[in-house]
Every structure is written in C-alpha cells, then in structure tokens.
Design a protein around this ligand. Structure first.
Ligand code: GLU
Length: 445
C-alpha cells in the first residue's frame, strides 16, 4: 500500500504559517514513507475561491521545497459528488431539511437557554408529505443533512491524540449541501479521501469533531477509514491563537529574508520533543519525523526564534547555495568572508560594499592618526600576498609596540569604516592593495 497524504487548502486566501506547517508535516510523512503528497484545492466555494490564491499556494509550496506529487481540484469533481450523494440518498443517509437560517438560529438559542447543547433536533425527519409540499409551494428548496448513526460509537486511534471516542448522538447531523446545490466541506472531502486513496489525514485539531462525522461518512460508503493525526494548533508567543499568525505567510517571511530552510527546520520541530536545529538537509529532518514525538500542547511560534535559526542557517549556506541570489560581482571568497557577519541575506549588499567600496570613512581617534599614517607607509613597502595582514600587522607591532585592540582596531576602522566585521586577514586580500592604500590615506586625510 502506497502511503498518501494530502494538503487541502481552500484557495480563498494566502497560506499562513499554521497551514504551511500542516503542509510540511503531510509532505514529510509521505516522503519518509516513500509515499505521495497530494495538493487538493478545496475550491467548492466559487465566490471566495480565486485563481490568484491557487497560483500563490503553488508558488509558496514550491519556494518551501514541498513539491506535490499530484494535484486535484474539487471544482472539477462536482459530478462525482452528485453521484455519491445520490447513493447516500438511496441508502437513507441524507435527508432534506427546510429550516431557514433564522429558524435554526432560534432553535439553537432556545436550546442554549434551557441549558441544552445546541444539537440539531432532526425535525426535518418528522415532516409529513403535506408539510413538504407546503414548503415547496412556498418556494423553499431544501438543504441536505447527513444522518449520523446514533447507535454506533465513533472511535479511532489518533496518531497524535491517542484513543478518541465520540457519541454520535451528541453531534448535529451536518449540513452537507446547500439549497442551491453547492457543497459544504464535509462530504466532498470524504469522497476525495476515498477516491484518491488517502492513507493518512494530517490536520489541525480544530478538525477533530469533523473527523468523527467523516468516519461515519467513510463507513456509509463502505470504505475503510484512513489513519488520522490531529496536531495541536500553532500559537504565537502571546500564547493564544493570534490574528497575526493568521496573516503571516511566505511573503512576509521573504520580506524579512527568512530562508525557506529556516521555516522548514522550525516548523518541522516546534511542538515536538525534538530540538529546533539549523538543519539544511531536509532528508535529516524527514528521518526524525514521527507523530509519536508530537505533544498535545499548542506549538509556539516565535519570530525571534525563527530569526535566530535563520541566522544559523545562513551561516551554513555554501556559495553554490546562494550564488544566484548574490550580486554579479560577488565571488566565493567574498561570500566566505562576509557570511559569518550576516544576520540574514538582506545584509549581503552592505557587507559586500565593505569589500568593494566605497566605504564611509570612520573618524580615526587623534591618538591613532599617526599610527594609521605609519601603517600606510609600511604597507606600501610590503610584498602583497595572501598573508599580507599577518606580515603587515607583525611588522607594525614590532615598529610601534602596539598590540591587541590598539593595534588592530584603528586598521579595521580605517579599512572598513566600521569597528566590527569580517576577519581582517581574509578581508584585506579581497580589498586589494590599491584600495587598501587609498582607504588608509582617506582615513587620515
Ligand atoms: N479545506 C479544509 C481546511 O482548510 C481541509 C481540511 C482537511 O484537511 O480535511 O480546513
């Protein structure tokens, strides 16, 4: 049996960090088991679903490296849903209901007022032929509910939450089809999971009650249920489901120069018992992926943690990894020299300028002016080679008696305009003799 997972976003908006995490886990689980990862676009809502979001979802997954093995769209499958719906009708597992939204709302309020759970009372099942005819003459068309089986307890062993039990009698028969014939989420998703041979449904724990209902739908079709893994939700550092996370997506990460590898490494591990680590090799992350390591407590998403992880990730990126994102004139040696100074890739241009110039000259302390001038004169006399920094500072140390910071800092300031930055012994050969002498002379001008 081929393992197959699916990620099923509705293209009614951009992916946010919560559903990126769901997509990642579905992808990782499939890849770990040599299986397939399906992108299923839940676009039954023709008004809210937009092609721009479909494109954005595909692009975001591609950027993250989560390539789907297959793609399906629910809007291509309405006929299939109609056919399976007809089967349920024949089997008496769906029934028409005529209540208006206001009527249903009123029922709920009365139940709640009496301290009862707002479960649909199945009044539609009691309608007589005359009442139905009266509704139809009035111009009402029915919506459709799936009739839950109250006799059979609903049970499954969730890969994250363990044994789950639901009493169907405590759930409302879900509305699955609207008056206009359009589909709600519940039934098409089940039909798809059967037809597309989904073996594992991995999604947020906000879907647990849906799973209870959908398990009965699988059974109504005589199909085996897939395995389920419901993950604890993602919360912000503020500790609750935040609006901020709901709008935080790939474009915001890109704007902040967060690498896709950083997002993947973080979202693969938060909420699990494994540490968050800068792991570039996704195969290594996939290796350790295991639902049994997921906790029941909400996973905390922390921007600061992501920024720090991102910095570590950048420090591990080789020239070949970043080459096509670097300025044209930037060679491997320059990447190696500036990489340890980067918080993120957005800082490349400013550090590259330290190599290529022009730099903003730093003001050299009065007591260092003469030293810098002396350093310039000395540099002019030396043979320029790879080891120039060492020979130059060695000779200066001998000539001036300076050492440590008082030896190195004025040189760094004069050559880079800054008092921190790349390793000077690697940087100086890249600056080159001519520029170095020019910067030294500017510094004391
Ligand atoms: N379109 C549904 C959602 O985004 C899919 C849920 C599921 O995974 O079945 O919530």
């Amino acid at each position: 049996m081929t393992i197959k997972t699916r990620f099923a976003p509705s293209p009614t908006g951009h992916l946010h960090v919560g559903n990126i995490r769901t997509a990642l886990h579905n992808w990782m689980f499939a890849k770990k088991n040599g299986g397939d990862f399906l992108l299923r676009l839940d676009d039954t809502d023709s008004v809210r679903s937009k092609e721009v979001y479909v494109d954005a979802i595909r692009a975001d997954l591609a950027w993250l490296g989560l390539a789907p093995d297959e793609e399906e769209r629910q809007s291509n499958r309405f006929e299939r849903y109609g056919a399976r719906f007809a089967e349920l009708k024949l089997a008496g597992r769906v029934y028409p209901a005529y209540e208006t939204a206001q009527e249903l709302d009123l029922k709920r309020k009365i139940q709640l007022g009496r301290g009862k759970p707002p479960i649909y009372d199945r009044a539609a099942l009691e309608l007589t032929e005359e009442q139905i005819t009266a509704f139809e003459t009035e111009g009402r068309t029915p919506h459709w509910r799936f009739k839950l089986d109250h006799e059979t307890p609903i049970e499954w062993t969730d890969l994250i939450r363990g044994d789950q039990h639901f009493d169907a009698a405590l759930l409302s028969d879900p509305v699955i089809r609207r008056e206009d014939g359009s589909w709600l989420y519940m039934l098409p998703s089940t039909i798809d999971d059967i037809d597309m041979a989904i073996t594992h449904v991995v999604r947020g724990e906000d879907h647990v009650a849906n799973t209870a209902v959908q398990i009965q739908m699988f059974h109504a079709f005589g199909a085996d249920t897939p395995q389920f893994a419901h993950e604890a939700l993602l919360v912000g550092t503020e500790g609750k489901l935040s609006k901020r996370l709901g709008s935080l997506g790939v474009s915001a990460f890109r704007d902040k120069f967060i690498e896709p590898q950083s997002i993947v490494a973080l979202l693969a591990r938060i909420g699990t018992s494994d540490p968050v680590e800068p792991i570039l090799d996704v195969a290594a992350l996939i290796d350790t992926f295991d639902f049994s390591r997921f906790g029941r407590a909400p996973a905390r998403f922390d921007d600061e943690e992501l920024a720090q992880l991102n910095q570590k990730v950048v420090h591990l990126l080789g020239y070949a990894d970043v080459r096509d994102r670097l300025p044209d004139n930037m060679a491997a040696a320059a990447w190696d020299v500036i990489r340890p100074n980067l918080h993120h890739m957005g800082e490349v241009p400013q550090w590259l300028q330290v190599v290529t110039g022009p730099i903003v000259a730093a003001s050299i302390l009065t007591e260092d002016q003469e030293f810098v001038a002396q350093a310039q004169t000395l540099l002019e006399t030396l043979d320029w080679s790879e080891g120039i920094w060492k020979s130059w500072t060695g000779a200066l140390k001998e000539a001036t008696g300076r050492k440590g910071k008082s030896l190195f800092m004025p040189l760094r300031q004069a050559l880079t305009g800054l008092d921190h930055g790349p390793d000077m012994s690697a940087l100086l050969p890249l600056i080159g003799r001519e520029s170095a002498l020019e910067r030294l002379s500017q510094a004391t001008a």
